[in-house]
Ligand binder design. Structure first.
Ligand SMILES: Cc1ncc(COP(=O)(O)O)c(C=O)c1O
Length: 428
């Protein structure tokens, strides 16, 4: 088999079996398919292993890494502030590029070092109190959940974990019942969780939150760069994401979107010199834009790398990327489901490039370790990273494989072959 051929060449396989909500045959329908060979040529990491961990931290392209290194060299020879001044225009363009990707306006974008930082700053700015009701999806990420639990504990705010419908996504009828009307209701949802391939019904949730006047915070950490994410179509008031996953940007980068009308009501708990001006002994004024949530210190090199990654994504096309990732995920799910002793753990509403599974009689951590020995990189996600999902489902841990545009038939075959071997060995 040609190691550079795309998984897309397998599109004759019937994806309907055990593949969740899959758009069968979608790869055939692609107007502009992903050029997998080109993506691999631009990605050094594919030469070293079968990297199936884009949901952890994806492989960056050579251009992203070169950009970061070039800026570090600039800092080495000119000094950090001087180097930053030299590239200020390019960092400025990043806001417009991010806005284009999300269907937002540049002044609605704030840069951060991670999704968790963005979410924390926004939630803290809401000044949650005992009258607040925080409605969360079971897909909520661990760090966000811990923050909300601690806030509810300290303020007396009500924290409601929304039940899931039969397909695994938020139960929309229950959400509609729970919304009391007005902004004291804060709805927090992860579009794609860390612990499964689920895709939440984010637009339907947006319709309900808009009707009721609730605030809607979307954790799009696992979906931006992976699925088409348009803030107006979804109707969220704020969104956060990270650079290192599906955007293929450097670690330590992230960005947030804050809807203009929402931003006006939102003051950061701890304004920073980057987002505010100290105008008098006891006065200050906040930036009129989302940058009021930014901090002075940041990795300029990382942000330049993020800019390159975003432009590469826009050049490739988000629809082509989404089609490739979701179809490749469905093929993996289909292949894994056919292996003896293997259980695909994804709920029915899983149409993403994240695939989770377990093997009978062996811990997911051990499976991940044995896969790594065979050159296949996955992660084990423990229930402690998703108590409202894995914990409530009684699943102690899952193996998670996650794809990107550089994954090909060889990666697909390597994962399935190694899983089958581990399952056979365990069954003996
Ligand atoms: C769904 C989800 N939200 C948020 C995060 C946190 O992102 P970051 O590490 O950039 O804060 C993760 C990380 O895995 C995640 O999977």
């Amino acid at each position: 088999m040609d190691p550079n051929s795309g998984v897309g060449e397998r599109s004759t396989v019937d994806l309907s079996v055990n593949a969740g909500h899959t758009d069968v045959g979608r790869l055939d329908a692609l107007a502009r398919p992903v050029d997998v060979a080109l993506e691999r040529a631009q990605t050094v990491g594919v030469r070293h292993a079968h990297h199936l961990n884009s949901a952890g931290s994806a492989l960056p392209t050579v251009a992203v890494v070169d950009e970061v290194i070039a800026h570090l060299r600039r800092e080495q020879s000119e000094g950090g502030y001087e180097a930053a001044a030299a590239v200020a225009g390019r960092v400025e363009e990043l806001y417009a590029t991010a806005a284009r990707l999300l269907g937002a306006r540049p002044e609605e974008i704030a840069l951060s070092d991670s999704a968790s930082t963005g979410l924390r700053l926004i939630v803290d700015a809401l000044r949650v109190d005992a009258t607040s009701r925080i409605l969360v999806s079971r897909s909520t990420y661990v760090s966000h959940a811990l923050h909300l639990l601690s806030l509810a504990h300290e303020t007396g705010a009500e924290l409601i974990v929304l039940p899931s419908a039969a397909d695994g996504g938020v139960d929309l009828d229950e959400l509609a019942r729970q919304l009391t009307g007005g902004p004291r209701d804060i709805v927090c949802v992860a579009q794609v969780p860390t612990s499964s391939g689920l895709v939440e019904p984010v637009r339907e949730i947006g319709v309900l939150t808009r009707e009721s006047g609730a605030l809607y915070l979307l954790d799009a950490t696992q979906s931006v760069g992976h699925l088409r994410v348009d803030v107006d179509e979804i109707g969220c008031d704020a969104l956060v994401t990270t650079g290192r996953k599906f955007l293929r940007a450097p670690r330590g980068t992230g960005l947030a979107y804050l809807r203009g009308s929402f931003l006006e009501r939102l003051a950061p708990v701890a304004p920073d010199v980057r987002g505010a001006i100290w105008t008098g002994a006891r006065e200050w004024s906040l930036s009129p834009t989302a940058r009021r949530f930014e901090t002075w210190e940041s990795s300029v090199a990382g942000r330049l790398g993020l800019a390159v990654a975003l432009n590469q994504l826009l050049d490739r096309g988000i629809d082509a990327t989404e089609a490739y990732l979701t179809s490749t995920g469905a093929l993996l799910r289909h292949g894994l489901a056919a292996i003896d002793r293997v259980t695909v753990q994804d709920p029915p509403a899983s149409r993403s490039g994240l695939v989770t599974f377990t093997i009978d009689g062996i811990s997911s951590e051990t499976v991940t370790r044995r896969l790594a020995v065979r050159g296949v990189r996955t992660v084990s996600v423990p229930a402690s990273h998703g108590q409202w999902d894995l914990g409530l489902r009684g699943v102690p841990a899952v193996v998670r494989a996650s794809v990107h545009v550089y994954n090909n038939d060889a990666d697909h075959d390597a994962l399935l072959g190694a899983v089958a071997e581990i399952a056979r060995e365990t069954g003996r």
